[in-house]
Design a protein around this ligand. Sequence first.
Ligand code: PMP
Length: 411
Amino acid sequence: MNMASPALDIARIRADFPILSRTVRNKPLVFLDSAASAQKPRAVIDAIRACYEAEYANIHRGVYWLSQHATERFEGAREKVRALLNARDSREIIFVRGATEGINLVAQSWGRHFLKPGDEVLITALEHHSNIVPWQMLRDEKGIVLKVAPVDDAGELIWPDFEALIGPRTKLIAVAQVANSIGTVLPVEQIVSLAKARGIVTLVDGCQAVPHMAVDVQALGADFYVFSGHKLYGPAGIGVLYGRAELLNAMPPWQGGGDMIRSVTFDKTEYADLPHKFEAGTPAIADAIGLGAAIDYVNGIGYAAIAAHEADLMAYAATRLNQVPDLRVIGTARRKSAVISFVLNGVHPHDIGTILDGEGICIRAGHHCAQPVMDRFEVPATVRASFGLYNTRAEVDALVAGLHKVAEIFA
Ligand code: PMP
């Protein structure tokens, strides 16, 4: 059916992603699970291959040319991340394994050092487990208090309740920019400016935002910002913690080892400057370079075109899914991004997932690492279709056809 997009040459883009031309179960692959992890364009695959084939050596410590070259490529990737986020300085960009590790770094370094028993961390009811559990661990260890701002039936933050939860002991507000489970875009600009006015530190989990919208951490004003490379069409195993230099400088390192020191004796160790202080051990060198290639790829298409294309897909999917009998969309916030979660009356999401899999359609069925969101909406699980820049209206049609098949089987 309709491959047309108002904004992108979608056929050309799809040709950039080798996996999209494969079949699954003798059906064309319909990949609607980019919120879990996005597919990789050839440019990223080639960058990783080129690194290992021609540019690879351990970085930072080598006196020889190849090591220096690999170091330049690695640090070049850091600069690409800096530019992507419009951070002031590339030393504010810490390479980590992913958003999960970034949040744990903040909890274990900043949180452990600066939070005292009774201090409060405020999150929302829409967080991924990775922005819940690290704070619970800190609660158990340090006696901090974890507060959770509720959402309404549409999946939107209830602003007066959110504001009311902020008190004199609130030391950190940690929120997702986009909820991975139901796609709500949270008002992070408003949240950060409120926090700043009250001297509260902020952490924004940008995992589901960076693939879809331009982010400017200076304009946003957040103290910490995290995302994962693998959702941005880059490799898994590499991600980013952005932190304002002032905070990162004041924080103790969280892992000790090579690369994060200036000098070591058995009596005393001096730590390296940013960003190396937080990057103990040999990093994911090729993956960082691959992330740099992913950033180039996304920039080559442009966020305006990506956002327009995905908004078109979201609107089209909402209309088409509405026509499926007994389907209920979970999460109807006014601002949503690239994620549609739903349930079908009387059919468990896992059964839907299995039937769709038979059609070559990849969707996610489950709690999406956000069990409290499922509890909030009183469902055990949802089916989640999520979009990337390579998806088409025809794939939405395939999903809808698959759902009709599900309905027939369970009729
Ligand atoms: N936060 C959000 C909003 C996410 O969607 C995810 C991944 N599903 C994470 C954090 C965790 O990312 P990762 O598993 O790559 O560390």
